[in-house]
Structure formats: C-alpha cells, structure tokens
Design a protein around this ligand. Sequence first.
Ligand SMILES: *Cc1c(COP(=O)(O)O)cnc(C)c1O
Length: 528
Amino acid sequence: MLPGAPVGCAAYLVTAMTITHDLAGFLQTHVVASGATLEEIEKDFSDSQVPEQPTFVSDYASFLKDTLVAQSVHTASPGFIGHMTSAMPYFMLPLARILIALNQNTVKVETSKAFTPLERQVLAILHRLIYGFDDPFYSRFIHDSRSALGVFCSGGTVANITALWLARNQLCAPDGEFGGIANEGMFKALKHLNCEGLAILVSKRAHYSLAKTADVLGLGRDNLVLVDTDDNNRVDMRSLRNACSRVENENKRVLALVGIAGTTETGTVDPLEEMADLAQEIGCHFHVDAAWGGPTLFSDTNRWRMRGIERADSVTFDAHKQLYVPMGVGMVLFKDPQAVSAIEHHAAYILRPGSKDLGTHTLEGSRPGKAMLVHAGLNIIGRRGYELLIDQGIERAQQFADMVKAHPDFELITAPELNILTYRYNPAWLQHKMSTARPAMVEEINRHLDDIVVAVQKAQRAAGKTFVSRTSLAPARYKGQKINVFRVVLANPLTTHAILEEVLKEQQEHVSRLRALIVPLRELAARA
Ligand SMILES: *Cc1c(COP(=O)(O)O)cnc(C)c1O
C-alpha cells in the first residue's frame, strides 16, 4: 500500500461528499445557467501547459465547484425546456458511481463477464418492445453468439451510422467473384452493382447525423436525398416516390429509406406504414430513426403513433433521451438477428470467431457497461413509469400549445404530435395585418420577426432563468419562407403549468425591452 493512502482515501471521501453536497446546492439554486458569457469562461480554461505539480484533490474540488459546476448548464431544471437533454432520476447518480468503480469494458467477455448477457438482455427487451416476436424467438436469439438483436453505442448518431453500415454491406455483399464492399471498397461495389451511386432517402426534417452517415460510409453527402414534407412536417409520399424514380434515372440505387419517429425539430412521426410498403416495393432497407420517439412504444395510449415501426429492418433508439439515462447511450435494433454478420469483425487476441464478445459487431471498440443504467431504468421505472412520463409529456405539450394559441403575443408554428412544439413572437394584431398584406410585405414582416425571435432567445438564455432553443422552419402558411421559431421539448416531469406561464411572461418582458427592433416593425406594419 502506498504510504499515506488511508489518509488520502479519507480525504477523498470527505471531498467527494463535499462535491456531492455542493452539487446538490447547485441543483437547487441555479435555475438554468450563470450569467457569464462563454468568452469570459474561456479565460478560466486558457492555460495550455501540462500541470507540472500534483494538486490536492481538495484544491481541485474548489476549482470544480467555483469554475466548472457553477458555470455549467442545469439541464435538470424544470425551466430548461429547449433541448433533448433530460433530467436524471435520483438513482442514476449512485449507479453511475458503481459503473465507474467497476470500469467494465464490454468490447469483450474477458473484461465484462455478466455485463455481456446483461447488455444482450436489454437489447432483447427493446427489440421485443418494437417487434413483439414470441418467446421461442427470444429464447433462441437472446444469447446466441452468432446473432445480435441489436448493438449498443454512444448515441443516436452512431446508431444511425451502424444501421446504414449494415444496410450498405448487405446490399454490397460478397457475390461470386466480388468479395463484398467491406473487403473491396465502394468503387468495386458500384462496378459490381452496375450503378453510379447509392442513395439514402429521408425527409428534410432528418437529423444531421444522416449527413455524417452518408459521408463516413463513402456514399457522399450529395447522395443523402432530402425529400419534401407535407404541411405537418411528415415526409410527403408522392415526393418520396418521385425522388426514388429520380435516383434510379440517375443510374443510382436506393440503399435505404429512413423514416423518422419523432423529428428533432418538430417531434413529428413519418407515415412509417406507407414508407415500409414503398421500401418493400423497391426492395431496399427500411430504417426508422426513433432516437427521440422510440419510448412512445411504452405507452398504451400513444403507441399507435409509431404504427409501422415493426416493419423496419433497423431502428435507432436513444437511451440518453427519453429513457432518462445519462449521456452517452444509444442503440440500434435489427429485425433480423442474423443480419449482423454483415458488419462482423474479428481479431486474434479477442473477438475470435464464435466468441460472445460484443465487440465483434460494434463500430466502437472499448465501451462502458452503460447497459446497466438502461437495465436499472427499465426495472426501477418499469413500463408503467415510462408510460406515465411519455403520456404526461404529450399532454403537457398540448397544454402549452393551447397556452400559446390563446396568448395575444405568440403564434403557434407547429402543433405537437409528441412532446415537441415550435412557436414564435407574433402578436395577434400583426397576424391580423399579415393575413391581408401583400406577399412582399409579409416577407418583410417575417424578417423583422426573425430578428426579434433570435434576440429574445438569446436574452432568455443569458438571463439563465428559463431556456428554450430555436430553429428555422418553412411553414406552408408563409409559402415556404424560412422563419425563426422557438423550439420547446417537454420531457421533464417537473415542468409545471406555472413554469410554462413564466416562460411566456419572461419572453414578453424581453420583447418589451427590444425597442430598437419593435419600433421599425410597428412602422412597417402601419404601412401594411
Ligand atoms: C438526437 C437524435 C439523433 C442523434 O442522436 P445523438 O444521441 O445526439 O447522437 C438522431 N436522430 C434523431 C431523430 C434525434 O432526435
């Protein structure tokens, strides 16, 4: 034992308790974030020297408390309703410590043992939630080393990459002389398929991770075809069909159709059933990106919204969003457990053929045993608990949409289908004027409103009391003109009606301080 270790341990324990205590204080006092700007904070992180001398943990803890924790974002605050980063159930904190103490590496059984069957069990539970096959199916595949019901990864991005990696390798599988794209690369694969490219088709509401996917899989971002949506932000089936024909006329192959179950910006769900029909008709892979919306399947009341998801060849499901697990956990599930052979890799010292090492089919190498946290959530919260969270989120979003509609200063832009909605500042008197104004005037008013939305969102973020995010959309109401909107994600069960009222009230106050933007808008409107 190192001299002084017991003293060090005691100091560590005391410090750890202090940190936890301070953290608890932080969680109670800070509303969303401190008022410091990022540029000011950067000054605390500007030394690029390797720290030469060791520092006492207690000294380091003061840095943590005053500089880092105090200036982080309180994502658990019920007034933080702008992003998909959720609040944590209290039990995740001690469990995460156990996970770090054990430091398992799930790339192989030799460094994870029970964590390997645990991870496979979690995948089976979510596979069953989506596909609902029978007991014999799951008894056969749950722990079968030659197959996988899905894979764990760090999040939705890697899940989407993995799903389309599998689709790509299946379409370009070894065939006669051709050794497969995994061995021979894209150029030979296209020659073999006698075409000039492989395309992924998805609505223009797609998450940007699909552009990364097209890039890293060697398809090229130009071959990610973004298809128009209908007035409800769902993929327009006629446009999708036309896009498929265009791809074929360009002598390319449709690699996959991607349906979105809960778009990042508007929370809408594509017509998955019709997309499945089309994918079947053209014989391509059907992937569903349910990173956000997947847990809707827990709800007896709302699961119908996911209809058709069970026909997907692969499904992305993020645990660090609506399963309320800490950052860094996503999954992709495969309908056919044997499809995974398309992305299998082996190495001599681990991952030997026939081994149960999970690393044989993950894009990532060394990986933490975070399946434990998903397992904990599934057991401690249970289907009923998740159902409650989902149902309440959807109800709360409908309530907030009603509040926005009834408010004289705001305009609802996208009504919620799940628990996400968008709106903007646009007072009723102005909306009234816009309904009869010339198109050029409407466009100009929209540009003024855009500036106000940005200024309000920034002021609200800087004040640190409540937080909404912003994005831009092109609603049919404004003939496809892109406008800036506030985006609200309602996944924190502690966000009350009163807090939502507070958000609108605060935004109204910020608007009233924007005289430099409001005065010209009033002048403009007077001419309308
Ligand atoms: C969040 C999200 C992703 C990306 O997931 P990460 O976990 O951030 O990598 C992909 N698709 C959709 C629809 C998402 O909402």
